[in-house]
Ligand binder design. Sequence first.
Ligand SMILES: NC(=O)N[C@@H](O)C(=O)O
Ligand code: NI
Length: 156
Amino acid sequence: MRIIHPEPLTAEAFALFGEVLEATGDFRLINAGLCRRHHDRARLDFGTGRAGISVFDAEPRALPYDFDLIERHPEGTQAFLPMTQSPFLVIVALNPEAIPRAFVTNGAQGINLARGTWHGVLTPLHAPGLFAVVDRIGDGANLEEHRFAEPWRVTA
Ligand SMILES: NC(=O)N[C@@H](O)C(=O)O
Ligand code: NI
């Protein structure tokens, strides 16, 4: 079994794959000073489609986690925004021939996958696996899958 050890999710480590959504860095003080707006933190792209927000209720998984499928959306970005404070597992790859990378979020992070980024499907690690997902709504195919001949195992 091919092993991958997960890394903590940071904006820098994830930069080749998309953005990390978190309340860090600069902000605008709004709402009578009662809210810090960390403004415009992701580059969204929906091609010829439009933005949609869906709610995913996904079954939690556990480490060690085996997977043999990655996918990508050539026509748009896809953001996973947790509706709970639980860490989740993020799997990305530069291409199907590259060694995938695994990240575990800190519970206060979401991600925006850049258009066409190879990734594992939404993978909660705790119940409930509730996420708002912002991605492309539109005509035409927007899903390309790759199944590995040999699975990968993510283990701490
Ligand atoms: N299929 C779907 O809506 N979700 C996947 O794209 C995923 O990345 O979880
Ligand atoms: Ni996806």
